[in-house]
Every structure is written in C-alpha cells, then in structure tokens.
Design a protein around this ligand. Structure first.
Ligand SMILES: Nc1ncnc2c1ncn2[C@@H]1O[C@H](COP(=O)(O)OP(=O)(O)OP(=O)(O)O)[C@@H](O)[C@H]1O
Length: 305
C-alpha cells in the first residue's frame, strides 16, 4: 500500500543538555506537498531537519519519512531523501561537475541516470562546470547544492534555509524551481526565516523556541488575524511608537518595515488618534487600514506564547 504521508512526526523532542531544541512537535507533510517551516534563528528548524535526515536521534517521540522510522530504519531513509543543509554543503575545491559526480557516486548512481530531473537547474550553471564551487556566486552555489541533493532522485527533499544570503531575484527563481520539483511528485520540507517566502508553500508551520505555534495554508494563517490592523507612519517614528502604545484603543503597536503596525480594539477611533498625536507635536502622521500578513500573525502568536 502506498504511504500517504511523506513525513509523519508525533511528539518529537530533542534536547541538548538542559536546552530543549524541539519540544513535543506533531505534524505531517503530505505526499507531493511543499511544506514550509517558518521561524527565526534558534527556532529548532535545523535540529528538526537533522532528526528527519537521521543524523540525530530524538529523546522522545517518533517520526517516519516515506513510511520509514527515523531511528530503526535510517538506512532506508538515507537512500530516499535529499538534504541541502543550511551551511555550504559543497566541496569548495572541487569543480561544479566534480561536485555533482561526487554526490552521484555517493548514492551509487551516474550523473546521467537522473539528469532529466536536474536538467532545468543544471543547465543554468553548466557554463561554469569547470569552475571551483568555492568561486561561485551565492545563487549559483545554491543551484549546484540543489542539483547535488537531487542527483539520486529522492522522494523527499529537505532544504534548510536555502535562500538565506541569496539575492532577491535568485530567491524568487529558487522558489520557481521548487514548484517545478513539486510538480514532479517530490515532497519538500523547506525552512526559511523570510516571511514573504511562506506564501509560496502549500502549508506552513510557524515555529519558535522549539515549538509550533500554528500550522495551516498561508491564507489560513493570515485569516487567523481577526482584529483591525493599521499602518502608522510619520516623523519621529520611535516617539510615535512609544506614544501610540499609550493611547486608548491601541492593543499593540510594533515596528513593521518602513511603518509601524497598530492593532486596534473596538474603542479605537483613527481621527481621535491622529488629533491626539498632532496635539502632542507629532508631524505628518498617517494612519491607514492594512491587510494582515503572515508576520503579523507570527507576532501575535509569539506574544500569546
Ligand atoms: N549541537 C548543539 N549543542 C547545543 N545546543 C544546540 C546545538 N545545536 C543547536 N543548539 C541550540 O538549539 C536551539 C535550536 O537550534 P537550531 O539550529 O535547531 O535552530 P534553527 O531554527 O535552525 O536556527 P539557526 O538558523 O540559527 O540554525 C538553539 O537554541 C541552538 O543554540
């Protein structure tokens, strides 16, 4: 019988001494799904990947990848997964093509065996095939690392912060490549600290401090934000933040890119709010309703943790 879920995790816990890096995590990644782990540094994303890639053993709980247990059946899992770790995973002194050949040999396949899978990605770096991997740009390294992780045609792909430190255009191209791989039936678990990338996933888990704060589709996550939200800006942004937090009807106010986001309650009146700030000597105050994004939900969930 075909295994329905690519990954199943039940009550998984991992400690490093007295520090609990992963605490009682439960979720599943469906077959063919592009699933995102979204969270800041230290959330436990890398630890989770290392557990699922069978490089660490859990202290508690169970997990399967492609139907195989991460502890008892680790050899089966290693044949079936592709893992692109966060840090540079290539051999910097080997050329592009030597890296690819090395990873293919590691899995007992030839580069030609699964070339169709990597071709759309590899053709972009092929002109540089003689160049040492250490001399490639960030975006090209990322493409080569992805080819190396795919060379044995894994059924499940683990990508730990693949777009960190990569320019915006390469980041967007990378997500296009992931959509393409997904359409070929590969299940993908990918982590990112960038909230704007979350919307490229089928479902996401918001993680912080080793715990999962919420799991849903990106639209389902943003729908959880059910309070009036405004963008606030003006001269003296810091003073504005401090003063806004004191005003009646303001539940929260936090810096958000170029403006502040303000969460209001039912008592909030934006005209009164602006008049108050003008009376306090603030200039060019602008307040306008905005749609919540995933980051707003994240901030809200973290505050209630
Ligand atoms: N080998 C280790 N020994 C002790 N503590 C560790 C070890 N590896 C990770 N940690 C700690 O466990 C927590 C989770 O780290 P982890 O690397 O899994 O998080 P992350 O979300 O991947 O963040 P980052 O992007 O910074 O790696 C952090 O507090 C980290 O300092």
């Amino acid at each position: 019988m075909a295994v329905r879920n690519a990954i199943e995790i039940r009550g998984l816990t991992k400690r490093y001494g007295s520090l609990t890096a992963i605490e009682n995590i439960t979720f599943e990644v469906r077959r063919g799904e592009l699933f995102g782990l979204i969270g800041p540094d230290g959330a436990g994303k890398t630890t989770l990947f290392r557990l699922l890639a069978t490089l660490l053993n859990p202290d508690d709980g169970v997990a399967t990848v492609d139907g195989f247990d991460i502890v008892g059946q680790y050899k089966e899992i290693r044949k079936r997964v592709g893992y692109m770790p966060g840090r540079f995973s290539l051999y910097p002194d080997l050329s592009v093509e030597e890296n690819l050949e090395f990873f293919a040999a590691l899995f007992g396949v030839g580069v030609k065996d699964n070339y169709d899978l990597i071709a759309p990605i590899y053709t972009q770096i092929e002109p540089f095939r003689k160049r040492r991997a250490g001399k490639l740009s960030g975006g090209m390294k990322q493409k080569l690392a992805l080819c190396c992780a795919l060379i044995h045609r894994p059924s499940v792909l683990f990508l730990d912060e693949p777009t960190t430190g990569v320019d915006a255009v390469s980041r967007s191209e990378f997500w296009d490549m992931l959509s393409e791989l997904k359409s070929k039936g590969i299940s993908i678990l990918v982590s990112t600290p960038y909230m704007d990338e979350a919307c490229r996933c089928d479902r996401i888990a918001l993680c912080n401090n080793g715990k999962i704060l919420g799991i849903d589709t990106p639209a389902g996550i943003t729908a959880r934000f059910d309070e009036p939200l405004y963008a606030l800006s003006g001269d003296n942004m810091y003073g504005l933040l401090v003063e806004a937090r004191r005003i009646k009807g303001v539940k929260e106010c936090y810096p958000f890119g170029e403006s502040h986001h303000l969460v209001a309650d039912s008592m909030f009146d934006s005209d009164e709010f602006t008049a108050h700030l003008n009376g306090q000597g603030f200039h060019n105050v602008s307040i306008r309703p905005v749609e919540p994004g995933i980051e707003d939900v994240f901030i809200k969930l973290m505050q209630h943790e």
